[in-house]
Design a protein around this ligand. Structure first.
Ligand code: C5P
Length: 227
C-alpha cells in the first residue's frame, strides 16, 4: 500500500512548502483540479526539482466524449505524470478509447477510473444513479476493467469486493482516509489506515490530516511506518 498526499492548499507556495517538508519520504503526490488549473505544468516541474523520485498522480477526473478524452489523456501522458484518472460514468467506449490511445504512447501512465466520490452518502448518490453506491461502484469497476483501465478510485468499503469481481491486481485508490481517526471534514465514507490495509487498498489518499497538521512530516512518517 502506498501513501498519496493530496496537494489541495490555496497557493502554489503553500503546496511547495508542504512538499519541501516531506521531501525525504517515498510518497506519491496528488495534484488536483485546483492546483493544476492555477499552477499548471510548472508545478509538476517544481515538484520534480524538489525530489525527482516523487511520483505524481494528476487527479483531473476527465469526463467527455471518447475522442476528446483520448486527446486529453495523450496530453496528460505527455506531461510525464505517473498516474491520472477518468470518470467511469463516461462509459466503456470512452474508457476503451482512452486506453487504446494511452497504450500507443511511449510513456504510458497508470490510468484509474473514478467510481463513486467518497463525499456521497447513499441518499445523494441514489438521487443521481437510482441505485446504491455499492452496486454501482461494482458495475463501474467491471466496466473499467473490461475497458483495460488499470484500477479504480473507490472508498475503502468497496475495495475488496471490487478486486473480487475484477482481478486481484486491479488497483484500488481510496480517498476519504482519516489514518488515525481524525475529523471527517466533508467526507462521508471514511476509513482509517488499519481498515484500508485490511480491505487491500493499493493507494490511500490523505489530504487535510497531513496539511492541516502542525507537523506534516511527522504525520507522513507515522502513516508510512504503519503501512
Ligand atoms: O483532505 P482529504 O483527505 O479529505 O482529501 C481527499 C482528496 O481526495 C481530495 O483531494 C479529494 O478531491 C480527493 N478525492 C476524494 N474522493 C474521491 C476522489 C478524490 O476525496 N472519490
Amino acid at each position: 500500500m502506498k501513501l498519496c498526499v493530496a496537494l489541495d492548499l490555496p497557493s502554489k507556495e503553500e503546496n511547495l512548502s508542504l512538499i519541501r517538508k516531506i521531501k525525504s519520504e517515498n510518497v506519491w503526490l496528488k495534484v488536483g483540479l485546483r492546483s493544476f488549473i492555477r499552477d499548471g505544468e510548472l508545478l509538476l516541474h517544481e515538484i520534480k526539482s524538489i525530489n525527482s523520485s516523487f511520483k505524481i498522480f494528476l487527479d483531473l477526473k476527465i469526463h467527455d466524449i471518447p475522442n476528446t478524452m483520448a486527446d486529453a489523456a495523450e496530453s496528460i501522458a505527455g506531461l510525464g505524470v505517473d498516474m491520472f484518472n477518468v470518470h467511469a460514468s463516461s462509459g466503456v467506449k470512452a474508457m476503451k478509447t482512452v486506453m487504446d490511445r494511452v497504450n500507443t504512447l511511449p510513456q504510458s501512465p497508470i490510468v484509474l477510473a473514478v467510481t463513486a466520490l467518497t463525499s456521497f452518502d447513499n441518499a445523494s448518490f441514489e438521487a443521481i444513479y437510482h441505485t446504491s453506491i455499492a452496486e454501482k461502484a461494482m458495475e463501474f469497476a467491471k466496466d473499467a476493467h473490461c475497458a483495460g483501465i488499470h484500477g479504480v478510485v473507490c472508498s475503502v468499503f468497496e475495495s475488496r469486493a471490487i478486486k473480487a469481481c475484477t482481478s486481484e491486481d486491479f488497483l484500488t485508490l481510496t480517498p476519504g482516509i482519516r489514518p488515525f481517526g481524525e475529523v471527517h471534514d466533508d467526507q462521508e465514507r471514511v476509513a482509517d489506515l488499519a481498515m484500508a490495509k485490511a480491505e487491500l487498498s493499493d493507494f490511500i489518499v490523505v489530504g487535510r490530516p497531513i496539511y492541516h497538521s502542525d507537523d506534516p512530516l511527522g504525520v507522513v512518517r507515522k502513516i508510512v511506518e504503519n503501512i
